[in-house]
Write a protein that binds this ligand. Structure first.
Ligand SMILES: [Zn+2]
Length: 369
C-alpha cells in the first residue's frame, strides 16, 4: 500500500545521535499536529481542494479519520497550470474517498498518463476534467456509471482516443467539436461542443455527423464567418429544443461587421424554422446586433425578423409566418467588440413578444438555458 508518510526511523539507544533525536522529535510533533488537524476536520460531503497544502492535509486527515474520506460525495481538485503536486498524495486522497459521485479534476496539462490508473468509484456519475483524452479513456471505460462527462482538450492526432470507448450511458457530454467525428452515441441528450484552433468551420463538421435523434440541448461554438451553422445543426439534430450558439473570431484578417449569418435575417429565419421543435435560443455574437445597443424597439424589430423572415415588420406576431415553437430568445451582444456586453431576454407573451430582462457586463452562459 502506498504511504504518504516518511517512515519513522527505528533508533537503538547505543546509536546516540543528536540529529536523529531532533528529527524524531520533529516528526513526532508533526504527527501530533496532523492528528489534531484530522480530529478538527469536519466531515463534509462536498470538498474543494485548490492547493497542495490542502491536498496533503486532506490525505492525512482521511488516513487518520476514515469518515472524512468516505463521506465525500463531491470532490473538486483544481490546481493552476504551474502547480507542482505530488501524484502519490493525490492518488492516496482519491483512494480514501471511494463514495464520490461527482469528480472534478483540473490539473496541470503535464499530468502523467497514470494519474487515474486503477482508481475505482462505484457510484461515479459526473466527471469533469482537463486531462487529455488518452489519459481519461481507461478511467471512463472502468466507470460505466458515468452519465455526465465534461472533457477538455484532445491531444490531437488522426483519431480521438475516445473513438473505441463506449459512452452508451453518457447523456450529457462536453468535448471538442473535432472529437465528435470519432464518436458514436445516439443517446446523448445534452451536448456542448467547443472549438479548438484547428477547426475553421463548425457547420462542416456537424454536417458529417450522424443524426443525434435524442439530442435535447446543444451548445456549440462557431466562427463568425460560418454562415451555414444553423443548417449544420438542423441536419444533426432536427428535434432539438434548446440551442446555445457562442461565436468565436474567425481566422479571416479582414472581418466585416455585415458579414455575419444572423445579419441576413431572411436566411437566418428560414434556417431557424428547420428546427421545428426549437423552444429556446441563446446567441452570443461579437457585434452590436442593432444600431443603438439596448434600444428596445430595435431589438424587437430584430426578434420579429428572426421569427418571421419578413424584412418589413408588421404587427402580426401570431400567424403561420412566425416560428411555431420558439418562446424564448436571449441575445448577448457587444457595444464595442468583446468589451461591453449587453444581454437581452425576449419571451413570447401572446399576442406578441416582450423584453423581460436586460443585463450588462459579464454574463454566465448558464443564466439562459
Ligand atoms: Zn478527443
Amino acid at each position: 500500500m502506498e504511504s504518504i508518510y516518511t517512515p519513522m526511523p527505528k533508533h537503538r539507544t547505543e546509536d546516540f545521535d543528536c540529529s536523529i533525536i531532533m528529527v524524531a522529535v520533529t516528526r513526532a510533533q508533526t504527527r501530533t499536529k496532523c492528528y489534531e488537524i484530522a480530529m478538527n476536520t469536519p466531515v463534509r460531503t462536498a470538498v474543494r481542494i485548490w492547493n497542495t497544502r490542502t491536498l496533503l492535509q486532506y490525505a492525512e486527515s482521511c488516513m487518520l479519520k476514515p469518515d472524512i474520506g468516505t463521506a465525500v460525495i463531491e470532490l473538486e481538485v483544481a490546481f493552476s497550470e504551474n502547480t507542482p503536486f505530488s501524484l502519490l498524495t493525490l492518488r492516496k486522497c482519491l483512494q480514501l474517498m471511494p463514495n464520490i459521485n461527482d469528480l472534478i479534476l483540473r490539473l496541470p496539462s503535464c499530468s502523467p498518463r497514470v494519474t487515474l490508473s486503477g482508481l475505482r468509484f462505484p457510484s461515479l456519475q459526473l466527471v469533469e476534467s482537463n486531462l487529455l483524452h488518452r489519459v481519461m479513456v481507461p478511467f471512463i471505460e472502468q466507470h460505466p456509471t458515468i452519465n455526465y462527462l465534461l472533457l477538455g482538450p484532445c491531444e490531437g492526432g488522426r483519431r480521438c482516443p475516445l473513438h473505441a470507448t463506449s459512452l452508451d450511458n453518457v447523456t450529457d457530454l462536453r468535448l471538442p467539436l473535432g472529437c465528435l467525428s470519432d464518436l458514436a452515441n445516439p443517446s446523448i441528450s445534452r451536448l456542448h461542443a467547443f472549438l479548438t484552433d484547428q477547426i475553421l468551420s463548425s457547420s462542416t463538421i456537424l454536417r458529417t455527423l450522424r443524426s443525434y435523434s435524442s439530442l435535447y440541448s446543444l451548445t456549440v461554438e462557431f466562427r463568425n464567418d460560418d454562415y451555414d451553422i444553423l443548417c449544420g445543426i438542423s441536419g444533426l439534430a432536427p428535434t432539438l429544443r434548446k440551442l446555445r450558439l457562442l461565436v468565436q473570431p474567425s481566422f479571416q484578417r479582414r472581418e466585416r461587421q455585415s458579414r455575419r449569418a444572423w445579419n441576413n435575417t431572411v436566411i437566418w429565419a428560414r434556417d431557424l424554422r428547420r428546427l421545428q421543435r426549437l423552444e429556446e435560443l441563446l446567441i452570443q455574437v461579437d457585434n452590436a446586433l442593432v444600431n443603438n445597443p439596448r434600444a428596445e424597439d430595435e431589438e424587437e424589430m430584430l426578434i420579429y425578423k428572426w421569427l418571421s423572415g419578413r424584412s418589413c415588420p408588421t404587427d402580426d406576431w401570431t400567424g403561420s409566418h412566425i416560428h411555431p415553437t420558439l418562446y424564448h430568445i436571449g441575445i448577448w451582444y457587444y457595444e464595442v467588440s468583446y468589451v461591453s456586453s449587453i444581454v437581452s431576454d425576449w419571451w413570447k407573451d401572446v399576442p406578441r413578444w416582450c423584453r423581460r430582462y436586460q443585463y450588462e457586463g459579464q454574463m454566465s452562459q448558464d443564466q439562459f438555458i
